[in-house]
Design a protein around this ligand. Structure first.
Ligand code: ADP
Length: 213
């Protein structure tokens, strides 16, 4: 991933001068800073290339209003579900609660996506499993289809969607993960599960952005 732009103190000063005096020539900026135009050239190049300043020939420099923060948000919006999704853990509706709990531990996930004839039909999470253990049913006999949250109530996301949209859905619906799906069929909509986005996906990305990796 491209690094998020980090501005030097001098570049911040230049932005400030341009903001207050636009349009302003490079000579005038250099004068304000007691520097030569040649010294400023690389800074002005960076600031115009990154879109913070706009240079118009014979007029001078303008401030575009783009702050460093808007670069961060632009960068975040560019990230697609496809770039960061992980592998889904999937089980058929007929799988017993017991086997699905074992699967959840073995795969080290918090929720299992449930399918019927290969298509997404539900989700079972830690809380669903805990609830089922309180009911005193035979966990080796009861299928996960009986306790899952089912379609059409499953919140999902497409592969071409932005990761920001996925994160918004996680927050809005107060859930830990989203199946990444591909829509198939025309009259009757079905979804193939091809990945997952979890709160960990978002946290990992946050750390990468913070470390500027
Ligand atoms: P946990 O059980 O670990 O708290 P969640 O917060 O993800 O995990 O799940 C809470 C509830 O929401 C559970 O009943 C689960 O079945 C349901 N759930 C989980 N993911 C989704 C989803 N993508 N769409 C709809 N419901 C979901």
């Amino acid at each position: 991933m491209d690094a998020i732009i980090r501005l030097s103190e001098r570049q911040e000063k230049i932005i400030d001068i341009v903001r207050r005096n636009e349009p302003i020539t490079s000579e005038a900026i250099a004068g304000e800073l007691n520097l030569t135009r040649a010294t400023l050239r690389p800074d002005l190049a960076i600031l115009t290339m990154s879109g913070i300043l706009d240079a118009r020939p014979k007029v001078g420099y303008f401030y575009t209003g783009k702050t460093n923060l808007s670069f961060i948000s632009d960068k975040i919006k560019e990230i697609k579900v496809e770039d960061v999704k992980s592998l889904p853990v999937v089980a058929d509706e007929s799988t017993s609660i017991y086997d699905a709990i074992v699967l959840m531990f073995l795969e080290d996930v918090g929720s299992v996506y449930v399918t019927n004839k290969g298509f997404l039909s539900g989700v079972v999470s830690r809380k669903d499993f805990l609830k089922s253990t309180l009911g005193g049913v035979d966990l080796t006999k009861m299928p996960i289809g009986m306790i899952m949250t089912r379609m059409p109530n499953i919140v999902h996301i497409g592969i071409d969607d932005s990761l920001l949209n996925a994160a918004i859905r996680l927050i809005d619906h107060e859930i830990d993960s989203l199946p990444v799906v591909e829509e198939v069929g025309e009259e009757e909509k079905n979804y193939k599960v091809i990945g997952r986005i979890t709160k960990t996906t978002i946290t990992r990305l946050f750390v990468e952005l913070g470390r500027n990796e």
